[in-house]
Design a protein around this ligand. Structure first.
Ligand SMILES: O=C(O)c1ccc(O)c(O)c1
Ligand SMILES: [Mg+2]
Length: 593
């Protein structure tokens, strides 16, 4: 099916929007009046630019407050419509959108609405144009899709059809099954948007919080299935009003948008993609640093052993149990400080995993950085984090063992990776990790930080052997502030923390108030509490079990968390995150780091 995106969904000038839509592979656009009004291009110029970019103008919109009004008002509306249709002819846009009226002049009279829309369609027909009538959820008298359709049906005009918009339909709780009662050829246009399930005024919700299908809480897939059963053959078009997307760069947003449609088309069976290859574990986490000394000291104090070195590159492999951490340095990483830059995922079929990622528009990374290296399948996540798909242990063939003392035994494996996202990447990242890797997303939670709010959402595989916690701050400045971390699983966090401290490691101190509150919340023996207090161990419970965790001091933009997950605890200690973030902030204030 053809795919389209509304210009309102992307940031920048009209030219930037069109270029981004074309590069991401869209076939067409919905052109918004404001984008045309603000463009220095003539309508013919816009038409030519779209043609050059391989885009059709699938819809021009919106026309507002047209129908069910007194005669003299309607005469004025027709005059305005004539101008719009003339403009559409110059643009080469075949379908125009009319939103259900919000005007106080409009009356609750379907017969009048049908008659006036029919006269509008007469005029459109003279210009070789069609009109699609859409119910806005906050329309004055018409706010459901079935009501809009009844009016269109009543008008019975070949140039008048309806436009369905998943947001309006699903936000007001209409049953989308009724869509199947509309003949497909009378559905002139289908607009798709998802949204998080928020309790707020529907107009605000629509204009600020829409997101791409799969990023919110609506069953957009189910709705599209109903639409396809009617025989609808028009484009699948994304109409997303979103404050973050309005600010984010258009290029990545357009790619994110296309990815959401590819996933949707896979779900409804109109496009095939290589099947997801769900990762079965974390092969490694890769830290890059311009200064290996503090990183080596941190890992050594945690009981890791430096077991191997890459044959061709300045990369060390540190290991303890099944936890593997690569430390990369060299000229390429001089900038940017210490950070968590790559993740190796154990994959049953790395080539197939990379194929799916590529089909879902992830940039594929070179298979070899050096001609002597074993080929690796790797792609970049939206924020640039490199994801390596590791089958068996081929990646280790490039490493030569080095003499080392045995590692400690407290750490068993990597429990989870916390990948802080750039501020405008959150929904995009969750959709990426879910769709590309076939992981499940959990509910997102808000976490308070002393200088803002953090939104956090985990994606996991079925058995929890791959857990990635995505989080994002509320403002662009947060990018530089918050660290990522590697959480290491241990059977005894107290012993692991003690061992770390005895080896010269520094733990993040936690305020006494936290432990006073803990004592009030749970009946913990005083001895246990004082141990936690002494080490800065945080404590959480869910319906399944208990989570104990503590953090090291931050090195660059990375820290390590030691975690003990007992009895099937499923979370990540989110309730403790505000305390941890404040403690990190306090350390930063003292050290300036
Ligand atoms: O918010 C609006 O006014 C508006 C305009 C056009 C649409 O297609 C829509 O869904 C909403
Ligand atoms: Mg709409």
């Amino acid at each position: 099916m053809r795919t389209s995106i509304a210009t309102v969904s992307l940031s920048g000038s009209l030219t930037e929007k069109l270029t981004a839509a074309s590069r991401a592979g869209f076939d067409g656009v919905e052109l918004f009046e404001n984008d045309l009004l603000a463009s220095p291009l003539t309508p013919e110029g816009i038409r030519a630019r779209c043609a050059d970019l391989g885009l059709s103008i699938d819809l021009y919109q919106p026309m507002r407050d047209v129908e069910a009004v007194p005669a003299e008002e309607f005469a004025r509306n027709l005059r305005r419509a004539r101008h719009t249709f003339e403009l559409m002819r110059r643009l080469g846009a075949g379908t125009g959108l009319v939103c259900s009226s919000v005007s106080p002049l409009a009356v609750d009279d379907d017969a009048l609405a049908a008659e006036q829309l029919s006269r509008l369609a007469d005029l459109a027909q003279d210009f070789g144009i069609r009109v699609a009538y859409e119910a806005l959820a906050w329309g004055r008298h018409v706010h459901t899709y079935d009501h809009a359709w009844r009016i269109v049906e009543r008008a019975d005009h070949p140039a008048l059809g309806t436009c369905l918009d998943s947001f309006h339909i699903l936000s007001c709780g209409s049953d989308p099954k009724g869509i199947e009662d509309i003949p497909g050829e009378k559905i002139f246009f289908l607009q798709l948007a998802d949204a998080p399930l928020l309790a707020m005024d529907v107009l605000r919700w629509s204009r600020h919080y829409r997101c791409f299908p799969g990023q919110g809480g609506f069953d957009v897939v189910g709705l599209v299935r109903h639409v396809l059963r009617t025989g609808y053959a028009g484009p699948l078009s994304l109409e997303v009003f979103n404050d973050v997307f309005r600010q984010a760069e258009a290029g990545p947003t357009a790619v994110d948008a296309r990815r959401s449609l590819l996933v949707l088309q896979e779900a409804v069976g109109t496009a095939g993609l290589p099947a997801p290859v769900v990762p079965t574990g974390v092969a490694f986490a890769e830290l890059v640093t311009s200064d290996t000394e503090p990183v080596s000291a941190l890992l050594a104090a945690l009981g890791f052993a430096r077991t191997a070195r890459h044959r061709t590159k300045p990369v060390d492999l540190w290991q303890q149990g099944e936890a593997r951490i690569l430390v990369t340095t060299g000229p390429a990483v001089r900038r940017g400080g210490t950070r968590l830059a790559a993740v190796g995922l154990q994959s049953p079929d790395p080539a197939a995993a990379a194929e799916r990622a590529e089909a879902l528009l992830a940039p594929v990374l070179p298979r070899r950085r050096d001609s002597r290296d074993a080929p690796l399948d790797a792609v970049a996540a939206p924020d640039g984090t490199e994801l390596y798909f590791c089958g068996s242990d081929r990646w280790r063939a490039d490493f030569d063992p080095v003499a080392h003392n045995p590692a400690a035994s407290g750490v068993r494996h990597i429990d989870h990776l916390a990948l802080t996202q750039p501020w405008h990447h959150f929904d995009q990242a969750a959709l990426f990790f879910r769709s590309v890797l076939g992981l499940h997303a959990q509910e997102s939670v808000d976490v308070a930080d002393p200088y803002g709010l953090l939104r956090s959402r985990a994606v996991t595989n079925d058995d929890g052997s791959v857990r990635i916690a995505l989080s994002v701050g509320a403002a662009p400045t947060d990018d530089t502030v918050r660290a990522r971390h590697v959480a290491l699983a241990t059977d005894d966090v107290v012993a692991a923390a003690r061992r770390f401290r005895a080896a010269g490691g520094r733990l993040l101190p936690v305020p006494a108030n936290y432990y006073d509150d803990l004592a009030a919340r749970y009946e913990l023996p005083e001895e246990e509490l004082s141990t936690y207090r002494e080490l800065g161990v945080l404590y959480d419970r869910d319906a399944h079990g208990v989570f104990r965790h503590c953090s090291t001091r931050t090195v660059g933009r990375v820290f390590i968390e030691l975690v003990q997950r007992d009895g099937g605890y499923r979370g990540y200690g989110a309730v403790d995150a505000p305390v941890r973030l404040a403690a990190q902030q306090a350390v930063r204030a003292v050290t300036g780091g």
